[in-house]
Design a protein around this ligand. Structure first.
Ligand code: 4AD
Ligand code: MG
Length: 477
């Protein structure tokens, strides 16, 4: 007989048929009722064991975490809480799980504890829901771009360029660290390294993405990126996944429209595909919020928040307007910000971003036209000589979820900005070629995939939305 997944069984309307199911025991009550889960959905399937006709030996081995194969009849459930159940005819224990030693007990565990046993946390309701949602979001990203005719480009993981001009990269080397070769100037001789030059893990696929956009018009990347920033926050990972579309003949407004459409599309997709999981996460969050003081609780629950995001257009404001709002805010006047906002030009802290989104506008916000001195060299310079065509999308509870810009396509302007910022033009000569041969207006952005998953699942720590998080001083599994 062929195995049926639990999700399909719970959906089927046909009863009184023989079925074969396989999965892991969540609980076993009264020597009779097994709650079985196979990861295909959040709900468990109830199996009723005929304990009079099942060997004592087998019953003892039905413990939380054990894997089972069960053959039986699918019948209408007599009990409450489920519409169908299985009357077991043959119960086989495939893999035992010592109840004394299995770390996941059928009770509530803290997220911190579950992080320590990340190799087992997939089996909890919460992480089952999170990673099914993550899966749908990833698929939806591809579907969105594929429907629009974007070409998926695989940009390199190992690079010799620093896309953002920031010193926050992981080095890749095969040199013997105990005996580093030196050149005549006494510096490490990377000519002897694997690639014959100094190399790193990529922080972004954007620059390579731009090259492809100058041929295919519309491209996207979706891959892992690495940042060695020492940011031990609930929103930073050292290894995270990023989606980076790049479009020829797009200006900043087209770019913002696309980003907003993408976000709404993927959220809607998860809503339709994973409604049960989202309902579960919604309940989880409500319970968690009950433990918080009233003023720290969210005004909207998770489902309402997602719906709100789908139904409202994002607020578009310039950095300059945002600074005015923040400067004039009671929060600033009463010195409630850790970093007070008193002058134009400062970089926004996440407390400021969240104030704008959660307190002031109460909806997602797109900030544009940032000061050039806090943004990357490739952003298109505005005529005011102070700002660039940047855009960041800020989300409630998250802060920055998207960072992007219209790119500087004018060779002279780009080169002079690189010179000002001490970015060696000879190393990026290949990049400058796009501005030499058939340059055109273009734009793109980067969406942090885990920040998106964080938003959609209502989780609060980014370590809980990637299977095996990498953060400073932590690289387990
Ligand atoms: O704003 P960022 O640094 O932009 C870029 O990398 C551009 N090259 C993107 C582009 O225009 N193609 O990063 C983009 C997004 C952020 O908005 C954030 O969501 C996410 O990536 N991000 C991180 N997510 C998790 N952990 C980190 N350490 C992150 N750093 C950035
Ligand atoms: Mg950014």
């Amino acid at each position: 007989m062929k195995r049926t997944k639990i999700k399909d069984i719970l959906r089927s309307t046909e009863t009184d048929v023989p079925v074969l199911v396989k999965g892991w025991v969540k609980t076993f009550r009264s020597n009779q009722f097994i709650a079985l889960n196979d990861g295909s959905c959040n709900a468990n399937l109830q199996i009723v064991v005929d304990f009079n006709n099942t060997p004592e030996e087998t019953l003892k081995r039905i413990t939380t975490g054990a894997s089972l194969s069960i053959q039986g009849q699918l019948i209408k459930s007599l009990g409450k809480g489920q519409s169908v159940e299985i009357k077991a005819e043959k119960v086989e224990v495939l893999g035992d799980s010592d109840a004394e030693k299995f770390p996941l007990q059928p009770k509530k565990h803290s997220l911190e504890f579950l992080r320590e046993i990340a190799h087992l946390r997939f089996r909890t309701n919460t992480f089952g829901a999170i990673f099914r949602v993550r899966n749908s979001l990833a698929f939806a990203v591809h579907q969105f771009f594929q429907e629009k005719g974007f070409v998926y480009i695989h940009t390199p993981i190992i690079t010799s360029s620093d896309a953002e001009g920031a010193g926050e990269m992981f080095r890749v080397t095969t040199l013997n660290l105990n005996q580093l070769p030196k050149n005549e100037e006494g510096q490490i001789d990377f000519q002897q390294d694997f690639f014959g030059k100094s190399t790193n893990l990529t922080v972004s696929g954007q620059l390579e993405g731009e090259l492809a956009a100058m041929a295919f018009s519309d491209i996207y990347t979706f891959g892992p990126t690495f940042r060695a920033e020492n940011s031990n926050t609930a929103r930073h990972l050292a290894e995270f996944w990023m989606i980076e579309p790049e479009m020829a003949f797009y200006d900043l407004n087209d770019n913002m429209d696309l980003a907003e459409e993408l976000l709404k599309y993927v959220i809607k997709y998860a809503w339709d595909k994973n409604y049960e999981d989202l309902e579960f996460l919604n309940t989880r969050l409500l319970e968690e919020e009950k433990l918080k003081p009233q003023q720290d609780r969210s005004e909207l629950n998770l489902l309402d928040k997602l719906k709100f995001c789908l139904e409202n257009s994002f607020e578009r404001v310039t950095y300059t307007q945002a600074i005015e709002i923040l400067k004039e805010s009671n929060h600033n006047k009463k010195k409630k910000f850790q970093y007070l906002v008193n002058e134009w030009g400062v970089d926004l802290q996440s407390e400021h971003e969240r104030y704008l989104v959660e307190k002031h506008f109460k909806k997602p916000v797109i900030l544009t036209d940032y000061p050039k001195k806090i943004k990357a060299f490739y952003m298109r310079q505005n005529d005011d000589d102070k700002t660039v065509r940047a855009m960041d999308i800020l989300f409630p509870g998250i802060g920055e979820i998207v960072g992007g810009s219209q790119r500087e396509e004018r060779l002279d302007k780009l080169v002079s900005r690189m010179n000002e910022m001490n970015i060696p033009t000879h190393e990026l000569d290949w990049y400058l070629d796009t501005r030499r041969f058939g340059a055109c207006e273009h734009a793109g952005f980067g969406l942090g995939f885990e920040r998106l998953v964080l938003f959609v699942t209502g989780m609060t720590n980014i370590r809980d939305v990637i299977p095996f998080p990498r953060t400073p001083k932590n690289c387990e599994f």
